[in-house]
Design a protein around this ligand. Structure first.
Ligand SMILES: *[C@@H]1O[C@H](CO)[C@@H](O)[C@H](O)[C@H]1NC(C)=O
Ligand SMILES: *[C@@H]1O[C@H](CO)[C@@H](O)[C@H](O)[C@H]1NC(C)=O
Ligand SMILES: *[C@@H]1O[C@H](CO)[C@@H](O)[C@H](O)[C@H]1NC(C)=O
Length: 787
């Protein structure tokens, strides 16, 4: 090891030596460019950190040969030794904690686990953006850096978050997302991206030091762009699926999370999806990648394909005739890097056939190397960089594990609690825990998981809460093709209280596997009913699952006293659940998706329409458009205490749009006689002036402290979907902690151009005249919008 520390004090030299020494003891140092110890690379302009990233990247790209350039267009980018540039792996994952999925991360080293947060669907049900920012910033992003510094991460570009709309309850990957609402998905995207990137727009400092604009703790990637929410259903595969999407649905459902992710979150990456949208494969869609994302939304980062999404353009979609055509399609559309090997194999011949120009490649390389530079990977040895000091002792810290517990606690949703069965009394003698998900710590992690810091089965976490905890698995596995009902009933009969831990796992809902029904698998329902009927007291049903299940039978059964939905609650899920069952924590989570009745499956999963079509009995999707029967509603969730709400009278009753735009022609929709004005006609400046506040009073009228998300909706005067408008729409949410009898006021700033507008059939946002109602639980406040 050669070290050059001219003019550095001996003490510092020694401490740096120790630091480097420590590394060489365990794993190789992380890959970095511009090693100051290398006299050759030192002279390169792209290593000069005083220059702008733009200048540095231009210098670097100008030094590459065509073959070197082509080699960099795939996710496993090789080294360029003559320039001192190491290999780079673009594909790392960190959906809800640093994960071993992907190629960039290895847990084979000094760091063998990372904090495993609840699967995203459960973090979303906290309706707490600050919590989501905190877990991404202080835990996931930091742990990723620590692993990089330790040489266990070969690329700091993480392909999370997944912010597709959870459109259909059968989707096998729905649990990876923040749910069905575009506002929640957008807010989650912003919280996660800013958090993990260590965003300087939100926070001027990292580790107490001011950092420059654009520097990244880790790089986030919003995926899968766009309208991707079908994996494999009844023979329809994501690789060949052509999603038929209306302009209206695109404008107010599919695109908003990506727009927020880019504009507000300033994501440094996006991933184009496998599917086609209206005939065009996403990765070959110039309008989507270049015009919309880069042009309209100001995206500047890199665009990756989903893995092998380039080859399928020809092989599955039959959109391109030759491999070189597929290569030309994606490079000209604006994609920068191919997860896979296709571009390595066919770009040279595409150039020879004059289908691709070298400038198309240069553009891609510029985006790619910009992100690597923003990550600080071209600043010499990371020891001296701002994030270089994050060591392995910052992985799985008490603080991070506490955040995982807090997210699980605040996410878990209480769906039923008859006769206040819960919380259980502290001095319970015998508790029976029944069901396969109670004895499987790994299932609590969901997918895209990493090895957790520690993991505890639910039934083990419950030990200590009762003098005697009995366990019976009930079913052979989650599919429950065989249930040992007689013996499970025997166990239940011995107990004072019974908890059934049922639901789904990855065998039922996973990547490349959608469900075909909405009921609990196999014999689960029979087992639950039998155990409930035989138990001394009503039982508690805990559902560990991502997507919703139709548990109407349990809702109506008086012997099933309580129902809890626990998502996939992560490494601390068992502890969080125990605390809730025994009243150490008051549940406050709310459902981020609609729970449909089982006959919803008559709707083809391939039908992308959000809006209902009464003429064909198409019911529409999500709480915004679906007005049919529900098992549980979006936003539903009980607590051990009670809350009351009021709108403060300071909220305006009338919004006058015409005063602001006296000369603008008012658009009249002649078919519907509802007059409207487009948001672009009103203009950004006037939109700003139209903003107003509403204050909502919320009081904890019960006896127990609680953390409570307040959801503010807007609905139109009638609930019918005239002009395709939503029945109601979430416009804001805020979580408050209130002691018993405590009251707080929450201010929501509303922007009529965003919050009172709807997309018309051309995908144009318009504000219609007429009444709107602000809604919080059972309280409403009328506002008249006058043109
Ligand atoms: C690229 O070429 C390699 C080596 O010939 C081959 O193994 C790989 O399958 C090819 N990839 C694609 C996507 O055609
Ligand atoms: C609160 O506690 C009091 C006395 O302990 C009890 O009478 C009352 O019913 C409780 N209220 C609620 C809402 O639980
Ligand atoms: C409502 O407006 C706020 C800005 O005041 C914005 O952050 C939010 O995204 C808007 N919500 C919707 C659903 O448009």
């Amino acid at each position: 090891m050669e070290l050059h520390f001219h003019g550095v004090s001996t003490l510092l030299t020694i401490s740096l030596l120790l630091l480097l020494h420590r590394r060489s003891d365990s794993s190789p140092p992380p890959p970095f460019s511009c090693d100051a110890a290398n006299p050759q690379t030192r002279t390169f302009r792209f290593c000069e950190t005083t220059l702008s990233i733009h200048q540095r990247v231009q210098d670097l790209v100008s030094r590459l040969t065509l073959d070197e350039k082509i080699s960099q267009l795939v996710s496993s980018a090789p080294a360029v030794p003559r320039l001192g540039v190491p290999a780079y792996e673009w594909w790392s994952e960190a959906l809800h904690g640093v994960s071993g999925y992907g190629r960039g991360v290895s847990f084979n080293g000094r760091i063998s686990g990372a904090t495993s947060f609840p699967q995203v669907i459960l973090s979303a049900s906290t309706f707490d953006s600050r919590l989501c920012t905190a877990l991404a910033r202080y835990a996931i992003g930091k742990e990723a850096r620590a692993m990089y510094n330790e040489g266990q991460v070969k690329g700091m570009t993480f392909w999370a978050p997944n912010v597709n709309i959870f459109r259909d309850p059968r989707w096998g990957r729905g649990h990876e997302t923040p749910g069905e609402d575009p506002l929640v998905a957008g807010k989650y995207a912003v919280a996660f991206v800013r958090g993990i990137q260590g965003d300087i727009y939100n926070y001027g400092k990292v580790e107490g030091r001011q950092i420059n604009n654009g520097h990244l703790q880790a790089s986030a990637c919003c995926k899968h762009f766009t309208a991707y929410d079908l994996d494999s259903w009844k023979g329809v595969s994501r690789f060949g699926f052509d999603a038929k999407v209306t302009k209206q649905d695109l404008a107010d459902t599919y695109q908003p999370p990506f727009k927020s992710c880019i504009q507000e979150g300033r994501a440094s990456g996006i991933m184009c999806a496998y599917n086609r949208v209206n005939g065009v494969p996403n990765c070959a869609d110039y309008d989507l990648l270049t015009k919309t994302a880069r042009g309209e939304w100001g995206f500047h980062g890199y665009i990756t394909s989903d893995c092998d999404a380039v080859s399928i353009i020809r092989d599955n979609h039959k959109y391109a005739r030759l491999p070189e055509d597929a290569v030309a399609d994606v490079l000209k559309a604006g994609m920068d890097v191919n997860c896979g090997t296709y571009l390595k194999n066919y770009t040279k011949s595409a150039i020879q056939q004059k289908k691709v120009r070298e400038s198309d490649i240069d553009r891609a390389l510029h985006n790619l190397f910009s992100v690597r530079m923003r990550l600080g990977l071209f600043n010499g040895n990371p020891n001296k960089n701002i994030f270089g000091q994050i060591g392995p002792n910052q992985v799985c810290t008490q603080q991070h594990q506490q955040l995982a517990l807090e997210s699980a606690r605040n996410g878990i949703v209480l769906l039923k609690n008859s006769a206040n069965l819960l919380p259980f009394p502290k001095k319970t003698a015998t508790l029976a825990v029944i069901g396969p998900n109670a004895n499987n710590a790994h299932a609590l992690l969901g997918n895209y998981e990493g090895p957790p810091c520690k993991s505890v089965e639910i039934f083990k976490a419950l030990q200590g809460y009762a003098s005697n905890v009995l366990y019976h698995n009930g079913c052979n596995d989650m599919g429950c093709t065989f249930a040992d009902i007689g013996s499970a009933v025997g166990t239940a009969k011995k107990a004072d209280y019974v908890v059934l831990v049922m639901g789904l796992d990855q065998s039922q809902e996973r990547e490349d596997h959608d469900r075909v029904d909405l009921v609990l698998p196999g014999q689960q329902e029979g087992l639950i009913r039998a155990v409930a009927a035989a138990s001394k007291k009503p039982v508690v049903l805990v559902l560990v699952c991502g997507g919703p299940v139709d548990v109407s039978f349990a809702k109506g059964d008086p012997k099933i006293g309580s129902i809890l939905w626990a998502g996939y609650p992560g490494e601390a899920g068992g502890v969080a659940l125990s605390e809730i069952l025994f009243g150490e924590h008051n549940p406050g989570g709310k459902l981020p998706v609609t729970w449909y009745p089982k006959d919803f499956i008559r709707v083809p999963m391939t039908d992308m329409r959000m809006r209902p079509d009464p003429s064909s009995r198409y019911p529409g999707r999500t709480y915004r458009f679906y007005n049919g029967p529900k098992v549980f509603e979006f936003g539903y969730g009980l607590s051990y205490t009670k809350y009351s709400y009021e709108f403060m009278p300071s909220t305006p009753n009338t919004i006058h749009l015409n005063q602001l735009t006296p000369n603008s022609h008012q658009a009249t929709d002649e078919t519907s006689i509802i007059r409207s004005l487009s948001v672009s006609e009103i203009g950004t400046h006037n939109c700003e002036k139209l903003k107003f506040s509403t204050h909502v009073g919320v009081e904890n009228t019960g006896n127990m402290t609680g953390k409570h998300p307040v959801l503010l909706f807007v609905r139109h005067e009638t609930t019918s979907n005239i002009n395709g408008r939503p029945s109601k729409e979430l416009v804001g949410f805020e979580s408050v902690s209130l002691d018993a009898r405590e009251r707080a006021e929450i201010e929501f700033v509303l922007d009529p151009c965003e919050n009172l507008s709807t997309a018309n059939e051309d995908g144009v946002m318009v504000i219609e005249e007429g009444y709107r109602y602000l809604v919080v639980e059972d309280k409403e406040y009328a506002i008249n919008v006058v043109l």
